[in-house]
Design a protein around this ligand. Structure first.
Ligand SMILES: [Zn+2]
Length: 371
């Protein structure tokens, strides 16, 4: 979601609107103004229909926001960090830091959204039935919002991960089996099943002449990729949590002298040893790191005159990690600092180096072995 605008803060949480949301907002407003309201109030003006359409459409998305806020408030109560809430073409999404700790927390966090939608739907239902005997815009809008919120709550309760219902299912399975990976795998398979069903129903509807079917296809397709991605994230996370930096590091790293010409580094080290990163040390003192990227920054013609110490990343700028840090921290450190390698330091001495390639290779091997 690259093009998102901030529209304000609610309960201390930043609210954003993605550019794709404009499409669904216009579609909603249009279908309400062109079809729904002319049917509800046959003798009225176009500008009146558009006004009601606009108001109702805004309230629909306020309802979506309310649903996401419910998730966010519960998440914050549980001590999780909520980054922001973004409205986009398929609804809303709250970015909550995914530190999975217990099934019980996940259960309540997931349930909070649909429950809030049901409560809101119920309130609108009460309002509309209180005004039942008058054909008043407030009555018609309330009835519409009651229906929308109940559908929103019900749809999100479908038990396919990563929808709310799928998260509830995963929490129950997780609690029952004690195995997060297995629970996620099952809930994600149900998610993929529901996704295919939505795509199928959507296509049938479309070929029966109902354009809205395409919407279901889009939602199903989105759900399918989210299910698959959600599962692989959990696999990756659990694989990383079992590993320590000391398991991931390469102990056979090569050190070079700071006085070494870059030309020699390229020919005698990078090309001969087929390594991309070298430690720069002088009599066992760690001075910095030099890697392929540093070499690429200087033109070939200057390789003979430049020394390693002139192109290396000096020790005070090197991002390092402790041997006991877990795989999750290693990955975060590589990604957040935008580096390709991390020296592992113990008592000021380098004991190993972790590169992105090593990390991926080990994860690949573990996945292949099913451990
Ligand atoms: Zn939800």
């Amino acid at each position: 979601m690259k093009h998102a605008w901030r529209i304000g803060r609610l309960a201390g949480i930043e609210i954003k609107v993605d550019s794709s949301w404009i499409i669904i907002f216009l579609l909603f407003t249009f279908s309400l103004a062109a079809f729904y309201f002319p049917q509800a109030f046959p003798v009225s003006s176009h500008s009146f229909y558009w006004l009601l359409g606009l108001i109702t459409s805004l309230l629909v998305f306020a309802s979506v926001l309310f649903h996401e806020l419910a998730h966010s408030v519960v998440a914050r109560k549980q001590g999780e960090k909520v980054e922001d809430i973004t409205l986009f073409i398929l609804g809303g999404v709250a970015r909550i830091s995914e530190e999975l700790k217990e099934p019980k927390k996940e259960f309540y966090l997931a349930l909070a959204g649909p429950v809030s939608s049901f409560i809101l739907g119920g309130l609108f239902l009460l309002l509309s039935s209180g005004l039942r005997n008058i054909s008043h815009p407030v009555q018609v809008i309330s009835a519409y919002l009651a229906y929308t919120n109940l559908v929103l709550g019900g749809f999100n309760l479908l038990p396919g991960f990563p929808m709310d219902g799928g998260r509830v299912l995963r929490a129950i399975l997780w609690r029952a089996t004690g195995d997060l990976k297995k629970a996620t795998r099952i809930a994600s398979s149900v998610g993929q099943g529901i996704a295919f069903l939505l795509i199928f129903i959507g296509l049938v509807e479309f070929f029966r002449g109902n354009l809205g079917g395409l919407w279901l296809v889009l939602i199903g397709w989105f759900l399918h990729s989210a299910s698959v991605q959600g599962y692989s994230q959990v696999v990756l996370k659990s694989a990383l949590q079992d590993l320590k930096a000391s398991d991931l590091m390469d102990r056979n790293f090569i050190s070079v002298n700071p006085e070494l010409p870059v030309e020699t580094l390229v020919h005698d080290y990078i090309l001969k040893k087929r390594e991309r990163v070298f430690l720069v040390t002088d009599q066992d003192v760690f001075l910095g790191l030099v890697c392929l990227e540093d070499v690429k920054k200087v033109p070939h013609s200057r390789w003979p005159e430049l020394k390693v110490s002139e192109i290396m990343t000096p020790v005070n700028k090197v991002v390092s990690i402790r041997p006991e840090a877990n795989g999750d921290e290693v990955l975060n450190s590589l990604v957040n600092n935008e580096v390709n390698q991390l020296p592992v330091l113990e008592g000021g001495r380098v004991v190993g180096i972790i590169t992105r390639t090593d990390l991926l290779r080990i994860l690949q091997l573990r996945t292949d072995l099913g451990i």
